[in-house]
Design a protein around this ligand. Structure first.
Ligand SMILES: Cc1cc2nc3c(=O)[nH]c(=O)nc-3n(C[C@H](O)[C@H](O)[C@H](O)COP(=O)(O)OP(=O)(O)OC[C@H]3O[C@@H](n4cnc5c(N)ncnc54)[C@H](O)[C@@H]3O)c2cc1C
Length: 430
């Protein structure tokens, strides 16, 4: 059956895909289907907090089924395996239940326009032992698995008086923010009459960075502030430490050093999810992301758009593609929400322009630091304290507002503002 409306299939309901689905579904000319392999949306920039247990996922997880009814799009749960460009169908794998029994055969979803927003994963660069012995922070399951291990280690450390040793590989935002949140979570395990020196006895955190400085690519001033904060939190940082192997109880570097580790988190580098290169005959960059033009159209098919971590867009005059951040994904979603109606009406929209609003790092209850972007690079300025924390939270507030609408968005924001600060340092369930 043909629809008078333009059928848009959005693949992936993360930072970019969900914002786009909500925005497009409000237009009467579009029939929007959102596909995701899981049934609820979790905002990925908070994964490190869920992994440390400093924020409960039940506060921030939103059912796609509920949102679909509320915002007027169709939701199809399933794992995307291919896009048939000739027949204009998205193919979903057969659906299996928790016992891995097939409950529905392979499905296909017809589309007039398709938007790929399937995100990225942490790259292990083929380093031996990473898959077997290190945790990643790509999904809620990853965060849950790490948190369970962390809690067990902390209880063990308190009872045996042998500190838990956590090694984090990669000193980017994910690694540094996770380290600070683990330090915050540690408070929940101190003896009631514990002394400050308990800190040394319970948890040792080491960040290993392959580059000569932490947070490669970030502003020098910001890096210095981050280092100061990490030092104040008693987190060891080792640079020029290129990891050569992860073992069950240790991390080895190319220089021959070995770091004992009870739990290792691999948080270095991001590539497009592997399925991107198998979806269709897309042109792919060296990080496995789909090449797009400045209207976010895949270079091989103008009816297929790509946004967020799955897209590789190098702005005119730039040396590198845009970074894999929620900030980029959100701006790309907002662009397509305005550009798609024009494209469908036969007009050529203006090209996409990314505005870098800055970079902010949160250390949990130890505050935040960041650089806010000015109109020109040299106008960027360093911020910290309450202002930085407010700016850090603003990205998520925008997301909640876009996804839930003004009324529910405000309620969610209020609940979020009250809950994490009023509760205990660690929330063990969720
Ligand atoms: C710990 C951490 C902290 C971060 N902090 C920040 C920050 O402070 N600021 C910032 O700007 N960015 C931050 N980021 C980066 C940010 O989270 C990502 O860049 C952003 O989420 C990318 O959005 P996306 O829509 O491209 O993909 P995602 O948000 O990753 O969403 C992808 C969606 O696709 C679904 N999916 C994947 N594969 C399939 C499949 N085969 N079939 C069906 N569905 C599928 C997933 O379930 C998911 O819902 C952080 C990331 C992490 C891990």
């Amino acid at each position: 059956m043909t629809s008078a409306k333009t059928r848009v299939a959005i693949l992936g309901g993360g930072s970019g895909g969900l914002e786009l689905a909500c925005a497009l579904a409000s237009r009467s000319t579009f029939d929007v289907t959102l596909v995701d392999r899981v049934g609820a949306h979790l905002w990925k920039p908070r994964l490190h907090e869920f992994a440390a247990g400093t924020v409960d996922t039940s506060l921030t997880e939103i059912s796609f089924y509920m949102l679909a009814g509320m915002r007027g799009f169709r939701f199809e749960q399933g794992e995307v395996s291919a896009i048939d460009r000739a027949t204009r169908h998205v193919v979903l794998k057969r659906f299996e239940d928790a016992r891995q029994e097939t409950v529905a055969p392979e499905r296909s979803i017809p589309f007039d326009r398709c938007v790929v927003a399937l995100g990225g994963i942490t790259a292990d660069f083929g380093t031996p032992g990473v898959k077997e012995h290190a945790y990643a922070l790509d999904t809620r399951d990853d965060a849950d698995a790490f948190r369970q291990t962390f809690v067990a280690l902390m209880i063990g450390a308190r009872e045996t008086k042998r500190p838990a040793r956590i090694v984090i590989i990669g000193s980017g935002a994910t690694g540094t923010e996770l380290a600070a949140n683990l330090r915050q979570a540690e408070d929940s395990f101190f003896e009631r009459d514990g002394h400050p020196e308990d800190r040394d006895r319970l948890l040792r955190i080491t960040i290993l960075e392959a580059a000569p400085e932490i947070m490669p690519g970030s502003e020098t001033k910001l890096r210095a502030r981050v280092l100061e904060r990490l030092d104040a939190l008693g987190i060891d940082v080792v640079t020029n430490a290129k990891v050569s192997e992860v073992e069950a109880g240790a991390v080895k570097t190319a220089s021959g050093a070995s770091y004992p580790s009870d739990a290792t988190m691999w948080a270095a580098g991001l590539i497009g999810i592997p399925v991107l290169s198998r979806l269709a005959d897309f042109a792919i960059d060296k990080k496995g992301r789909i090449l797009v033009d400045d209207r976010l159209r895949s270079t091989v098919d103008p009816l297929i758009h790509v946004i967020g971590d799955a897209a590789s867009l190098t702005p005119k005059g730039a040396e590198r593609p845009l970074p894999p951040t929620a900030q980029v994904a959100s701006q790309e979603a907002a662009y397509l929400a305005k550009a798609l109606p024009k494209i469908v009406a036969g007009e050529e929209p203006a090209p996409f322009h990314y505005k870098n609003k800055g970079q902010l790092i949160s250390f949990g209850n130890a505050g935040a630091v960041g650089v806010l972007g000015g109109r020109k690079k040299k106008e960027d300025f360093l911020i910290h304290g309450q202002f930085a924390m407010a700016a850090y939270n603003a990205l998520e507030r925008d997301h909640q507002w876009t996804v839930l609408g003004p009324l529910r968005g405000s309620v969610a924001i209020l609940a979020d503002m009250i809950m994490p600060t009023s509760g205990p340092a660690l929330k063990l369930h969720g």
